[in-house]
Design a protein around this ligand. Structure first.
Ligand SMILES: [Zn+2]
Length: 479
């Protein structure tokens, strides 16, 4: 029976430990509630107060659950997820990865996206800032899965790309450039704002050594014309720094400055080859940083300079980069790696407290990728991207609320993702009690397994011939 004196909501979450992440801390509400109508949050507050004011089609009892904004993966290449674990412990991650990259089809890229989205949602990620080859082919799955995505193609016009830092400078290909720009324009036309607003399109030039000045100029024009973010690796390795210097007599940060790309529309990933002064310049330009601690530590043995970026006032989001480099589409691992790495770098146990890492994975991440006005906090008016975490799991017990509230330190330093029991994206439940609600996971896994088998078959000969480090460790019985 409708209550004339009450407002009707579609979904009412009650009795949770709610962390809104609004304001400057965690925005904690004890015995808290959230009211959702359509795709938006309409109210938050104490359960008693919201129950008195709202009726709802469905009431979710979140007793013994933490209620958080969905996590934001600020930098991920979902397409190459099927190459998980084939290039670790190598002097050159890229060289060990190459035989497997060369064996990938468009279906394998799509399967990688499916795997990343499944793993990510199960671990509490609701938004993927995805810079992937073949992204247009993967967007129908994003639409189906219910996930939110800020999508960009991995655009490059260098031929052949890659190789060691001292390699011959690659030629730039007009044909590749035309294809990349056509792909980008098509994405903007077809997908920007699609799937009830869950899909946003961004621009994705791969890095300054993979893109000609002509391509970067076109990217800047598109960014200005459509107000789109430019999601780009910056100073990500020695090759980029050396090749850009040899070609232009300037370092990558200086080149972007000269090209008019160093501004608040830039999402800069990694920055590991920047000088401290360059990191500060990027932060002061208004650009944001995507901080991917596990990936860079595993592939390069380097912790990205997120501390310098934050100290200079910049906004930092947290990214997984790719399953093939950090072995998991799991932001809890990144929060912990980020905390531990920065504490070690600064030799200060108080540096990078857990609540800051959680802000990096929620509100700061949302702002870093240009979606801060829509997601990242639990506040009236924001889109309803919310996760519930089961606090009765052994990894999170005991729960204390006073004299010390231990929930956030335990989430950031002990949760592994399997504690997520409910995930809501854009007001719709996409994951509940161990199951995706919008697609058949068994069918998806079948497609993924088939694509992975094809990669294995295709990569075998080249891996053996080039004797990659993981190949040798497998041969030696060490792997
Ligand atoms: Zn990357």
């Amino acid at each position: 029976m409708p209550h004339p004196e009450k407002t009707h909501a579609d979904l009412l979450i009650v009795h949770g430990d709610v962390f809104t992440m609004a304001g400057t801390g965690s925005g904690y509400i004890e015995d808290g509630a959230v009211a959702i109508s359509g795709n938006s949050i309409v109210d938050t507050g104490p359960s008693g107060s919201l129950r008195a004011r709202y009726t709802a089609a469905r009431v979710v009892d979140a007793s013994e659950c933490a209620v958080l904004p969905g996590l934001v993966d600020a930098h991920v290449h979902s397409g190459i997820a099927l190459l998980r674990g084939v290039a670790q412990d190598s002097p050159s991650w890229l060289a060990s990865l190459a035989p497997f990259v060369n064996a990938m089809s468009l279906d394998a890229l799509q399967a990688g996206t499916m795997l990343t989205v499944m793993e990510g949602i199960r671990a509490g990620t609701t938004t993927f800032c995805d810079n992937s080859p073949g992204i247009a082919h993967s967007l129908p799955f994003y639409e189906k899965s219910g996930a939110r995505v800020a999508a960009s193609p991995l655009t490059s016009d260098a031929m052949p790309a890659g190789g060691p830092p001292n390699a011959r400078l690659p030629e730039f290909s007009g044909e590749m450039r035309a294809f990349g720009l056509l792909e980008t324009r098509d994405l903007i036309d077809r997908w920007n704002g699609a799937a009830e607003g869950r899909i946003a399109v961004q621009l994705g030039p791969r890095a300054a050594d993979f893109c000609s000045e002509e391509l970067l100029i076109e990217i800047r024009r598109l960014s200005e014309k459509h107000g789109l973010k430019v999601h780009m690796h910056l100073a990500q390795d020695k090759r980029e720094t050396e090749q850009v210097w040899r070609r232009y007599g300037v370092r990558p940060v200086g080149l972007l400055e000269r090209m008019g790309l160093l501004n608040e529309r830039l999402i800069a990933a990694h920055l590991i080859r920047c000088t401290p002064e360059e990191v500060e310049r990027v932060a002061r330009s208004g650009a944001s940083m995507a901080f991917c601690p596990s990936s860079l530590l595993i592939c390069d043995g380097i912790l990205p300079p997120a501390d310098i970026f934050m100290d200079a006032g910049g906004t930092v989001g947290l990214g997984t980069d790719e399953t093939s480099s950090n072995n998991g589409a799991n932001l809890w691992s990144e929060m912990k790696a980020g905390c531990l790495g920065l504490k070690m770098k600064r030799a200060d146990a108080a540096y990078m407290p857990a609540w800051k890492a959680l802000r990096m994975a929620t509100t700061d991440g949302a702002r870093a990728i240009g979606l801060g006005h829509e997601i990242g906090t639990i506040e009236a008016g924001k889109k309803a991207d919310i996760i519930l975490i089961d606090l009765t799991r052994p990894s999170l017990v005991p729960v204390m609320r006073r004299p010390v509230r231990n929930i956030i330190p335990n989430l950031v330093l002990s949760a592994r993702g399997g504690e997520i029991c409910l995930s809501i994206i854009n007001g719709s439940i996409v994951y509940e009690n161990g199951h995706m609600t919008r697609f058949d996971e068994g069918e998806a896994m079948g497609f993924i397994s088939k694509a992975a088998e094809e990669i294995c078959r295709g990569a075998g000969r080249e891996a053996a011939e080039t004797r990659t480090a993981p190949f040798v460790m497998t041969e030696n019985g060490e792997y």
